[in-house]
Design a protein around this ligand. Sequence first.
Ligand code: MTE
Ligand code: MOS
Length: 759
Amino acid sequence: MTHAVHESALLHATCEARYVHDLALRDPTALHAWPVQSTHAHAHVKGLDASRALQMPGVRAVLTGADVPGAQQIGPVRHDEPLFPSEVCYHGQPVCWVIADTEAEARAAASQVQVAYEPLPALLTIEAAIAADSFLTQPQTIETGRPDEEMAASAHRLSGELRVGGQEHFYLEMQCAYVHRDAAGGLHVHSSTQHPTETQITVAHVLGVPAHEVICEALRMGGAFGGKETQASSFAAIAALGCLVTGRAVVVRLDRRRDFAITGKRHPFLARYEVGFESDGRLRALRVELFSNGGYSLDLSAAIMNRALFHIDNCYRIEHLRARGRVARTHLPSNTAMRGFGGSQAMVIVEEIVDRVARTLGLPVEQVRERNFYGPGDRTHYGQEVRDADRIGRIWRELMTSSRFTERRRDLAAWNARSRDTKRGLAITPVKFGISFTTTYLNQAGASVLVYRDGSVQVNHGGTEMGQGLHTKVRVVAARALGVLPQSVRLMPTRTDKVPNTSATAASSGSDLNGEAVRRACVELRERLAPVAGQLLGCAPGEVTFADGRVSGAGKLVAFVEVVERAFLQRLPLFAMGFYATPGIHYDAQRGRGEPFRYFAYGAAVAEVEVDGFTGHYRLLAIDILHDVGDSLAPLIDRGQIEGGFLQGMGWLTCEEVVFGPDGALRSRGASTYKLPGIGECPERFVVNTLGRASEAGAVFGSKATGEPPLMLAISVREALRDAVAAFGGIGPVALGCPATPEAVYWAIQERTRPGSGA
Ligand code: MTE
Ligand code: MOS
């Protein structure tokens, strides 16, 4: 069987794939917008003088709040983001926008806009926000059992604190929107957005027009990773406003530096915890308090904290647990969705806790992990049954065997005994990630499937393509469900006038939701065509099968296109809408109970590293991954998601550091000051396998979501580094920064080998 390759693979490889950036630059009549950015982290805007800028060459307008006919405030959940702030709340925040004939002219004029500020005190860290009682949310809690009593009754207890760093999305195509008036007078928004409907609605609100006046189209994104789930909308709103004011097409196109400074990132987290456990390493009680740095506005921070609380168990049964989370408000860009969506941060935290428990007891960490796994019939702390919990153990054992973990552990100990200044570390970590939006109503999707008289098919659905291969998977679904060849199915650019009221393509659920909506539309068409085929073939509709562009029954065969033509002549509609709302999921946030996920995605990874004791520099020697993708719709796509997700997670946990100065200005502003994993950081041996016999009953054609879960496989790298640090000497737990940069590893070794540290 040949596997589907990415439907844009050839275009990607030949640089012919078009992005919103390209569309924008192909229109020579379009005007360009450039932001005037705040030079303070927090200040009142006392005055704004654009007179000099307006006299600069090519300048058409300076957009301010006075130009807005509709809503002044945007924001996906809470409307707390002023498009033109009178109080700036982070360094680099756009204060107003210059519109000019060219980008260079807009940029030159932006530097001439005079803004008078009255500086105010700024909060930059979670700790500072806690001290000032500055929060964006009330605390959320999920509790099960009797955490206080059982903590007191545990044989052992330990408490600690962990800070987990943020992460820049670093999509290759930066935020971009291009808006023009179409021939019918409506606003046509081209946006690099994961959420065309929200972008459409935001533009409509700001312009004060009904949604039907605005079309949002998302051809494809040059990467998004959560960064364009909510944060594409403000740029589309600026372009649309510019279009309204000037009567011309307007482009907003950020460069790397501005994108880095203006948009939010993965949330840094602070965890304070106390864990009670038994002498065999079994976890008995856990109390954990999570704080995230939300930045200046709410954005999706509450949902991200919610997902963190849902994943503080990872794969572990903790019968008595209280997890509390609260989002700190600081004067930073508003942090937002990023692959893993809070679940990732929580899983780093619980893996650190389990490691500390094991090292406190002097037990092998992998043994303590395994000992705490969920078993069949177990329920999570929010009450959802871990339906296929046996998969955790199955993956674990299969990976232990295929990676030769036990032998390597032995060899590694011998190697470390011989090597004084360089040590190796080995770790295996599991992943359990809940699939569905935790906000239940978002779990819906629509599609329209059009069959033309020549038998070719157009598929429209609400999902967006960001490189993850959604269109490729949906094409497989449509071809299979309709019984046609994949090449006769064309996936159309996502447009809000084709499928309305869609959810963001996020939460890894793009193919589950849109794939199922498309499948249903195809099934409806097939059911309509079956009686027609029955007439042609001389059999009952129920005996007709559709496959590979052929329709068969009663031992005979006709081409799909013949059936289509016959149906057309019989005046049957050759198009159908499909709709899917994930069944069975629900969650009561007040009680912290429910079944928020359709199913869980599982995986595990083994990492081996080598660390230089003098510098903290390390190499990634080998990675072995076993991941559960169900019955994959597109194995090559899934492999790409596993490898890419893993490396992105590894970057987050080992080398990427978002650094702000004491003035709140971003110091890491590009690839030169923000270390991304490069080819040199890739594992020397990288083995990726998928679990066999793993069909998922709850998803389209048995396939499982793969967008986010593999990111958390990278926790194995951090734990392997910790294992190597431990090999330098000393006993008990190993404190290690997160990200575990070479610098952090160096300090961890210093701490470990310091005279008097027990070494
Ligand atoms: N893969 C690529 N190449 N580019 C991306 O931007 N985003 C990730 C993941 N994989 C992303 C990616 C994120 S954050 C999510 S939620 C999923 O893809 C979204 O797509 P899906 O639901 O279709 O898996
Ligand atoms: Mo992904 S963070 O859910 O866009």
